[in-house]
Design a protein around this ligand. Structure first.
Ligand code: 2AM
Length: 561
């Protein structure tokens, strides 16, 4: 919580007829930390203008206090099929339910984060925006929906909100231009990544596995970057140079031609720009629309005509920029025109697999290589295949730390923890164990791991066995899904141990889930409910409430993707 009693620099004295309050509440709903950091940035800017700002996670905000709020700013991201982040769930539900209050003399504005390659782009932000209006609120400034490249629109939103406050004063107050520079911790950040040396890059899977999982050890020496278990590493990858070559050939563009890559006017050769600065492996509807304007291809315009939403969705599925260029030619465009329709290369976030305490000036990550066939061509994950096929020890990667307040070891080292992490979901739990070993934590710990085959896919097997032997880890249950006729998953192991698991919950254990969101995390969630229902002699509603309470107390935390 940040409050300020700075003098009211930007606001007029309270002598207008109906002075608007200078108290602002900023609520964020954040899964990976971006919404949280933008909420903090908005707070700093407003404080600099004399506002009294309270910043809080939606999950820490008491819904009944909404009645006392006059100015509310919401910064929220969207996940999967238009879902709110975990720490926005209860507030989202409250606001959309019958108990939501009528909002009078209430101003608000919403900043929503999302990814335009998903159908329900920025849905959670849209939900809040619509609902706050329905409840009687007035917009201070229109909602702004941000794509992956959110810095500029987010700054515009903050400026717009300040302008909205000024207007709410009858336009009499000239609020000074906002200062939107960010406070700097390390010199390096998402917008200024550190070029880190790769120390080690190995495949964790054995010969014959269906999978390839890279373990990277990266040096942070000289960066001043620090992290806690549960944080993520952001990596800016490079596109496959071979794919870029094919694309350039299709477009009949020269690889050495210089293009301007950003608003600051930085210039570099087209091929380098397509390798490092732009996204070429993901299509979005806005990109199709921009392409249609640029090349005036009738077929593409037809695809984008009203009523064709399902067709567009089907087209986007599994296709990339090369498909677009091939399917709707000819592209008589200049190099500069071509890159003007592309999204900036977004960083990839990986859950950190090491403890800084145990590995000074190093960070480790666990990355699953993504390869699949679609539309007659092999497709490769940008970052994971860079790591799997082209990155050698000694090479550098642009990286930064993304702090994650939603996935943290308990402050009390005596608190028991239950960790569920199949596949690469195991990564943060390696970090947890390294940390707990390093600090000599006494709390019990229990890990559930699963993958396809015991022989080839038991990630970090010897480390887990050593922790178990040394007592750093109290219990380990594994589920190798393709070693037996019938599939066994982590949730089956949880169910087999339901009595003991519920006992741990009653002793105050914190439950962590990391890994695939769509299937695994959903199924594990339902299994937890089954266990609570059965062992706690509750009905379903009571079990749901029990787990929601755990979530509220930060005893149920998820890092899912
Ligand atoms: P499968 O691929 O054999 O179906 C890590 O990827 C492990 O998670 C694999 O063993 C995989 O099994 C398993 N898995 C797949 N779907 C799952 C689900 N819905 N819940 C839990 N584990 C799952």
């Amino acid at each position: 919580t940040a409050t300020s009693d700075a003098p009211s620099a930007g606001l007029p004295a309270n002598n207008t007829a109906n002075p608007i309050s200078k108290e602002v509440t900023i609520l964020f709903g954040s899964q990976t930390g971006n919404a949280q950091s933008l909420a903090g940035k908005a707070a700093k800017t407003l404080e600099g203008q004399g506002f009294q700002v309270t910043v809080s996670s939606m999950s820490d905000f008491k819904p009944n206090n909404l009645k006392k709020v006059k100015n509310l700013l919401i910064v929220v991201s969207t996940h999967g099929e238009g879902d709110p982040p975990d720490n926005a769930l209860s507030f989202h539900e409250f606001l959309h339910g019958k108990r939501a209050p009528k909002l009078e003399d209430f101003r608000f504005s919403v900043l929503s984060l999302g990814d335009s390659s998903y159908e329900f782009f920025c849905q959670t932000g849209k939900d809040f925006d619509k609902r706050l209006e329905e409840l009687g609120g007035t917009r201070l400034y229109q909602r702004v929906d941000c794509d992956l490249d959110f810095d500029e629109p987010a700054s515009e939103w903050i400026e717009g909100v300040l302008g909205g406050f000024s207007e709410a004063h009858g336009g009499s107050a000239a609020i000074a231009q906002a200062v939107t520079t960010q406070a700097i911790e390390s010199e390096y950040s998402r917008t200024n990544p550190f070029k880190a040396e790769v120390l080690e890059n190995i495949n964790l899977n054995g010969r014959g596995s269906n999978k390839e999982t890279r373990h990277l050890e990266i040096s942070l020496e000289g960066s001043g970057l620090t992290y806690q278990p549960g944080d993520s590493l952001g990596i800016y990858p490079e596109n496959d140079p071979e794919l870029v070559d094919i694309l350039l050939e299709e477009l009949k563009l020269e690889s050495t031609e210089n293009v301007t890559i950003n608003k600051q006017g930085d210039v570099r050769p087209l091929k380098e720009a397509l390798i490092s600065n732009f996204e070429i492996t993901n299509l979005t509807k806005p990109l199709l629309e921009q392409a249609a304007k640029l090349i005036k291809n009738e077929e593409l315009q037809e695809l984008l005509s009203p009523g064709n939403e399902a067709k567009v969705k089907a087209y986007l599925e599994g296709r990339d920029l090369l498909d677009l260029v091939r399917d709707f030619g000819p592209w008589n465009v200049t190099a500069q025109e071509f890159i003007s329709i592309l999204r900036k290369m977004p960083a990839r976030l990986y859950s950190i697999a090491s403890s800084l305490e145990a590995n000074p000036e190093e960070v480790h990550v666990t990355i699953g290589a993504v390869r699949y066939d679609a539309h007659g061509r092999e497709r490769k994950g940008v970052c994971s295949i860079l790591c799997a096929e082209r990155l050698q020890p000694g090479d550098t990667l642009p990286v930064y730390i993304q702090h994650n307040q939603n996935f943290k070891l308990p402050e009390n080292p005596d608190t028991p923890i239950i960790m569920v992490g199949p596949g690469t979901g195991i990564a943060p739990f390696r970090s947890f164990m390294q940390e707990r070993e390093e600090i000599g934590a006494e709390g019990k710990s229990w890990v559930f791991f699963g993958d396809q085959h015991f022989v080839t896919d038991f990630l970090y097997q010897t480390e887990w066995q050593k922790w178990l032997k040394d007592g750093v880890l109290s219990k380990m249950d594994v589920a190798f899904s393709r070693d037996t006729e019938e599939k066994v998953y982590v949730q089956h192991r949880m169910l087999e141990n339901s009595k003991e698991l519920f006992q741990w919950l009653q002793e105050g254990a914190v439950v962590y889930i990391c890994g695939d969101e769509k299937n695994m995390a959903h199924d594990v969630h339902n299994t937890l409910l089954d266990i609570i229902e059965k062992e706690g002699s509750m009905n379903r509603d009571q079990a749901v409430e029990f787990l929601a309470d755990m979530q509220q107390q930060k005893r149920y935390q998820r890092d899912v993707y």
